[in-house]
Design a binder for this molecule. Structure first.
Ligand code: HPA
Ligand code: ZN
Length: 327
């Protein structure tokens, strides 16, 4: 079979995707119209033309602006269903989805509607395509630790209703100047509560933030982590402990974490024995879903079939323990 078919038929898990980052421009416009929200763009093409990023923050500004059209339970359902429909075609068998409740509650959207809409789609997606899934509630790191505690307190009463989906806690948004230590206490609380812990680290921030996420937050997986390479002792530790990195190649290219895909360190990290996985991050903004990310790195880094099998297998091994133990 050709490359695309070969990759498509490998059982793959997506472990790093922000559901708000799957909101395609045409859906943004449809929801804006449905909700009477005025957008500062004339049409879908004008919005898409604005997707030119220079760094993480320049993307986040647009990403939060796009998310402002999400108001109702149905909106969150429609967004999540569109994502699942798309990945079902890519041979994705499992997905662990991040969402940012603070982006919505600060606009007055009830957190219960956010949970309800996303979870309804996930349950339907499992019935329809057999795609297993769960949710990682992520704190915005540019906000305070107290704001994270407040969000956790708002969400906890919903936990019993979503015990089948809400399994994880994550940390995202602007990394520089917002080190993992800032969230040490809220992570300790989430750990006591039995959540699986992950955090973005070493995307734009230094390797120290990866060590910090491991030592201070006790995460079981690192989102991005590509800058770990700057600290050889850290790389050795990640390899020895098989701490998964959820690497997002097209994201790294669009946000200029790398200037050329041929310079991406994914293959070097893989060859050093790290549990590297491929993910899409914010596919509506970065020009590709999971399969596109596999194809982009396979071409740029000249990956062979063995590498691709290893990457897909890593993604299945790096699922949360409850899913790994089920299979
Ligand atoms: N990094 C940090 N925060 C994010 C990202 C990312 O790549 N995508 C959505 N929120
Ligand atoms: Zn991310």
């Amino acid at each position: 079979p050709d490359r695309l078919t070969f990759i498509r038929q490998l059982p793959k898990a997506e472990l790093h995707v922000h559901i708000e980052g799957t909101l395609e421009p045409d859906l943004i416009f449809r929801l804006a119209q449905r909700n009477g929200v005025t957008l500062p763009y004339a049409d879908v093409d004008a919005l898409r033309a604005a997707y030119q990023f220079t760094n993480l923050q320049s993307f986040l500004d647009l990403y939060y602006a796009g998310a402002a059209v999400l108001l109702t339970e149905q909106d969150f359902y429609d967004m999540t269903m569109a994502y699942l429909t798309r990945i079902a075609q890519d041979g994705v068998v499992h997905t662990e989805i991040m969402f940012d409740p603070q982006t919505h509650t600060e606009r007055g959207v009830p957190i219960a509607d956010v949970f309800a809409g996303i979870a309804r789609a996930l349950r339907e997606g499992k019935a329809k395509w057999g795609i297993t899934s769960c949710l990682i509630m992520s704190f915005l790191r540019h906000l305070s630790e107290q704001a994270a505690f407040d969000t956790l307190d708002e969400a906890l009463p919903l936990r019993a209703d979503y015990a089948d989906v809400w399994l994880g806690i994550g940390l995202d948004s602007g990394e520089q100047g917002n080190p993992p230590e800032k969230f040490e206490r809220v992570y300790a609380r989430c750990r006591e509560l039995g959540f699986y812990l992950v955090a973005h680290a070493g995307e734009e921030g230094p390797a120290d933030y990866v060590s910090g996420a491991l030592d201070k937050l006790n995460v079981i997986r690192i989102d991005h982590g590509v800058r770990s390479e700057e600290d050889p002792a850290l790389v050795a530790r990640l390899a020895a402990r098989r701490i998964p990195l959820t690497v997002c190649p097209l994201s790294n290219l669009k946000l200029k974490v790398v200037n050329d895909m041929r310079e991406h360190n994914l293959k070097r990290l893989l060859d050093q024995g790290l549990c590297v996985t491929i993910n899409s991050d914010d596919p509506a903004y970065f020009g590709g879903y999971l399969l596109d990310n596999y194809v982009a790195v396979a071409q740029a880094l000249d990956l062979d079939d063995e590498d691709l099998v290893k990457l897909a297998r890593n993604s299945m091994d790096a699922r949360f323990p409850v899913f790994v133990s089920q299979s």
